[in-house]
Ligand binder design. Structure first.
Ligand code: APR
Length: 254
């Protein structure tokens, strides 16, 4: 994309953000890619290396050791925990300046919180904690990772990470709050999601039907690009964030 085209699209996006009195971000794995977190789909995605069945709830109960071994590698094996990148920082700064009101994320990597975002809805849960599937006792991830696999509660129950597996319902509060935020949004920033995993993928559609303008940041087109996206920035999230920050006069302290 040439520079003039990029500038035109950035100006259109910024105009929509400035005209909106309630803006929400909806983020997927792509926003964390430049932090070194792999996406799920695509040539280097987790599903090219792991069988998605390890995150199916029925498989987990039948083969907890196998699931836990894959989960440790997928989400807990990095030498250094990933750091927020300019895209996470931009959303946190926009919220601090009253330009953004909520982040709905499918990610379980904690990077929105670490960047300083406050109103974050973790639609698929998070990797900070784990929970006993029998007595519901909660554990920190650190406690559980120190146990022999598969980790077992003092009550004898199997411990499961506190994120949503395939075949599980979305936690009720996260679901309801997300739908409320989507309906309220006048502008929705969709960053780094392919838009194929439901019910999460319905959020931009809910927002659009309720009248929100959809701005999308993704180097590849998603399921939204040709249908509901109004301004499509075909850029990597961090790259787009640096340009948007400049246009919004937000200092990212990079
Ligand atoms: N910046 C922005 N977007 C990017 C970047 C980047 N640097 N790199 C990749 N992307 C985009 C890809 O083009 C793709 O559209 O991020 C998207 C990643 O898609 P998925 O891997 O399918 O991730 P996501 O949409 O978040 O998946 C949803 O699927 O398995 C589940 O529960 C898991 O929450 C996850 C859900």
């Amino acid at each position: 994309m040439d520079r003039d085209m990029t500038e035109t699209l950035l100006e259109r996006a910024v105009a929509l953000i400035k005209a909106s009195s309630y803006t929400v971000a909806f983020t997927g794995a792509g926003i964390s890619h430049e932090s070194g977190v792999p996406t799920f789909r695509g040539p280097d995605g987790l599903w090219s290396r792991y069988d998605p069945r390890v995150l199916e709830i029925d498989f987990f109960f039948r083969h907890p050791k196998e699931s836990w071994a894959a989960i440790r590698e997928m989400f807990f094996s990095a030498d250094h925990p990933p750091e927020p990148n300019p895209a996470h920082l931009l959303l946190a700064r926009m919220e601090a300046q009253g330009l953004l009101h909520a982040v709905i994320t499918m990610n379980i990597d904690n990077l929105h919180h670490r960047a300083g975002s406050r109103n974050v809805i973790e639609y698929h849960g998070n990797t900070r904690e784990a929970v006993c599937t029998l007595c519901r006792r909660r554990y920190t991830a650190r406690e559980v990772l120190g146990m022999e696999a598969p980790p077992t509660c003092s009550c004898g129950g199997l411990i499961k990470p506190d994120f949503v597996f395939f075949g599980e319902a979305i936690p009720a509060e996260a679901y309801t709050r997300s739908v409320d935020e989507a309906r309220r949004a006048q502008c929705l920033l969709v960053v780094g999601t392919a838009g194929v995993v439901y019910p999460a993928a319905s959020i931009p559609h809910i927002a659009e039907r309720a009248g929100a303008h959809i701005i999308e940041i993704n180097p590849e087109p998603s399921s939204y690009t040709e249908s509901i996206t109004e301004v499509y920035l075909p850029l990597k999230a961090a790259e787009a964030a640096i340009l948007l920050a400049r246009h919004l006069e937000i200092d990212l302290d990079l």
